[in-house]
Design a protein around this ligand. Structure first.
Ligand code: AMP
Length: 191
């Protein structure tokens, strides 16, 4: 089973992806984590990406599509993946469709975790406190920029999947357990 977890920064995609990894043995593909690993490794891509991420902007579609295409070649992905943070533009969604068609694999569900945006500032502050400020983009100023980018570039991905009948929306303002149980019911219904 291959699914997309969709939602603005702080919606809880990473938390829910971790639960799905544990409970369903799917592989989590977080493009944000991949970029943070590139930064930690000090690669040229990492250097370029850091400035973009710190400004709350998006890394180019070409780079991101290439990164996911390469990762999807991994043998571990054959059992199913959770895309967390990808696609973030319609161009990425189209490239993903082409990639899946090429590989003969299906996209089983796109799950939107819908949240009240005013709550995101508190959530990001909480994450920054819990991780000791590990992410330099976890602060109110960068979050504002990330939300603007989300509305302009990422939200248009929702109608793209809605029109294809692949979108399911879940109320992300519930507890982690409630969100997780609704995701589970949704996945059981497409399994
Ligand atoms: P995340 O960990 O998903 O919140 O991503 C952190 C940052 O990495 C984003 O604010 C972007 O700068 C960059 N990023 C992650 N995924 C993508 C993507 N699919 N397309 C473009 N930029 C991305």
């Amino acid at each position: 089973m291959n699914i997309i977890l969709f939602g603005p920064p702080g919606a809880g995609k990473g938390t829910q992806a971790e639960i799905l990894v544990r409970e369903r043995g799917l592989v989590q593909l977080s493009t944000g984590d991949m970029l943070r690993s590139a930064i930690a490794a000090g690669s040229e891509l990492g250097m370029q990406a850091k400035a973009i991420m710190d400004a709350g902007e998006l890394v180019s579609d070409d780079i991101m599509i290439g990164m996911i295409a390469e990762r999807m070649e991994g043998a571990d992905c054959a059992g199913g993946v959770i895309l967390d943070g990808f696609p973030r533009t319609v161009a990425q969604a189209q490239a993903l469709d082409a990639m899946f068609a090429d590989k003969g694999i299906s996209l089983d569900s796109v799950i939107e975790i819908a949240v009240d945006e005013t709550a995101l500032f508190a959530r990001i502050e909480k994450r920054a406190a819990e991780t000791g400020g590990a992410r330099s983009d976890d602060n109110a100023e960068v979050l504002k920029a990330r939300l603007k980018v989300y509305h302009e570039n990422t939200a248009p991905v929702l109608p793209y999947y809605k029109d294809k009948g692949q979108l399911v929306s879940i109320d992300g303002m519930q507890t982690v357990e409630e969100v997780s149980s609704q995701i589970a019911s949704c996945l059981d219904s497409v399994a």
